[in-house]
Design a protein. Structure first.
Length: 80
């Protein structure tokens, strides 16, 4: 009985932990390109924070305009 009980308790512990995970951890990230050219880290960060309270940013090369760098803002997708 003790050999059967230990794996069962472990399984219940894992399942209960999975059910208690916050929804924010399960949210999928969204992104928005704020502007196409001339990304400066400080300006990009400021615009992302003003538009989305919990966001991160990244300046990435713009494939449509090769020498230019675009500002991408990443945030949690709104729930429907």
């Amino acid at each position: 009985m003790a050999k059967f009980c230990c794996p069962l308790l472990f399984l219940l512990l894992v399942l209960s932990a999975a059910l208690m995970m916050p929804e924010a951890a399960q949210a999928s990230p969204c992104h928005e390109r704020l502007y196409e050219t001339g990304c400066e880290a400080s300006a990009c960060r400021k615009q992302c924070e003003e538009k989305y309270s919990t966001s991160t940013f990244e300046c990435v090369p713009n494939p449509l305009h090769p020498p230019h760098i675009a500002c991408l803002c990443f945030f949690d997708c709104p729930k429907n």
